[in-house]
Design a protein around this ligand. Structure first.
Ligand SMILES: NC(=O)c1ccc[n+]([C@@H]2O[C@H](COP(=O)([O-])OP(=O)(O)OC[C@H]3O[C@@H](n4cnc5c(N)ncnc54)[C@H](OP(=O)(O)O)[C@@H]3O)[C@@H](O)[C@H]2O)c1
Length: 275
């Protein structure tokens, strides 16, 4: 539960998900202040969550003990530079959820003295089932690390990475990852229909199977190969399917796809910082 004022700069989708999770976790909505330019969105946030809102970023930053930067990466530089004079006074813990904007770049825009954590959440955060990577330099103290972790834990699982370069890997794995599973489910659904199942039944069977497999993978003490072998009887049906996946190069295809995402993440960082 957050006891101090927690402000958001930007009140869009991800801010909404975090606010929802924090309130579910027991944070008093009166402690949350959201700066958002769109009046309709401000009203919607206040009505849905009972949080306070403002159109003034400086006001939100000035009051905050923790400040979540939740604007699009393309506007972050301008937003951060305008906040710098206020932050030099109040020095809240800043948490950036902007994809691709590296710690050093953001630190230089916000000012050197501002404590800063970089976070990479993913869209299942909307259901409090997110997976977030966090990075901060070794100089950031433990209480601030815990505070940042607490905010992101409101929307799911949190892991820290020790080197910032690994945030590109986090982006490629958990950031983009939901889309990989959607693609796989899409292909499974199409195959199910090809095999003659009605579309609605195909839809339900595939999605429930994905959920069941994910829950088994998370909750079982067995590792993934053991879980796979558990449904692969010698001479059975699963064995034939796995053989086809292996023969088609599924593992190296996944490796290539994840590396391509990691490389694009690096490129995007350079583009955002070079603008
Ligand atoms: N969605 C995801 O799955 C996801 C995952 C990982 C990281 N992220 C990161 O989370 C951040 C937010 O993404 P999102 O999906 O929540 O985007 P979003 O829904 O577009 O939210 C951004 C909000 O910021 C507002 N805004 C724009 N300019 C502003 C300014 N100068 N001051 C204050 N607020 C301003 C926008 O208002 P207007 O619409 O009126 O411009 C919008 O309400 C991004 O940096 C993204 O990289 C998102």
């Amino acid at each position: 539960m957050i006891q101090q004022t927690l402000s958001f700069i930007g009140g869009g989708n991800m801010a909404g998900a975090l606010i929802h999770g924090l309130i579910e976790d027991g944070t008093d909505p009166g402690r949350i202040l959201v700066a958002e330019p769109d009046s309709g969105r401000r009203e919607a946030l206040a009505a849905r969550f009972g949080v306070r809102t403002t159109e003034d970023n400086q006001e939100a930053a000035g009051e905050a003990a923790i400040l979540v930067l939740a604007v699009k990466p393309q506007v972050l530089r301008e937003v951060a530079r305008k906040l710098a004079p206020v932050l030099a006074q109040s020095r809240p813990l800043c948490i950036s959820i902007a994809a691709g904007v590296r710690h050093a770049a953001l630190q230089s825009w916000l000012g050197d003295e501002v404590p800063l954590v970089r976070a990479m959440p993913n869209t299942p955060a909307m259901l409090q089932a997110g997976a977030t990577g966090l990075y901060a330099p070794a100089s950031l103290d433990e209480p601030r690390r815990e505070a940042a972790e607490h905010v992101l834990r409101a929307v799911g699982l949190v892991v820290w990475v020790e080197e910032e370069a690994l945030m590109d890997a986090v982006t490629a794995v958990s950031g983009s990852g939901p889309a990989y599973f959607f693609l796989f489910m899409e292909a499974m659904e199409r195959s199910a229909v090809e095999l003659g199942l009605p579309p609605e039944e195909a839809r339900l069977l595939v999605r429930q199977t994905a959920l069941g497999a994910a829950r088994m993978a998370l909750e079982s003490e067995l590792d993934l190969p053991a879980l796979r072998l558990g449904v692969t009887s010698p001479g059975g049906t699963t064995e034939q399917a796995i053989r086809a996946f292996e023969a088609g190069g599924l593992r190296s295809l996944v490796q290539q796809a994840v590396e391509a995402a990691r490389d694009r993440s690096r490129e995007l960082s350079r583009e955002l910082e070079g603008e």
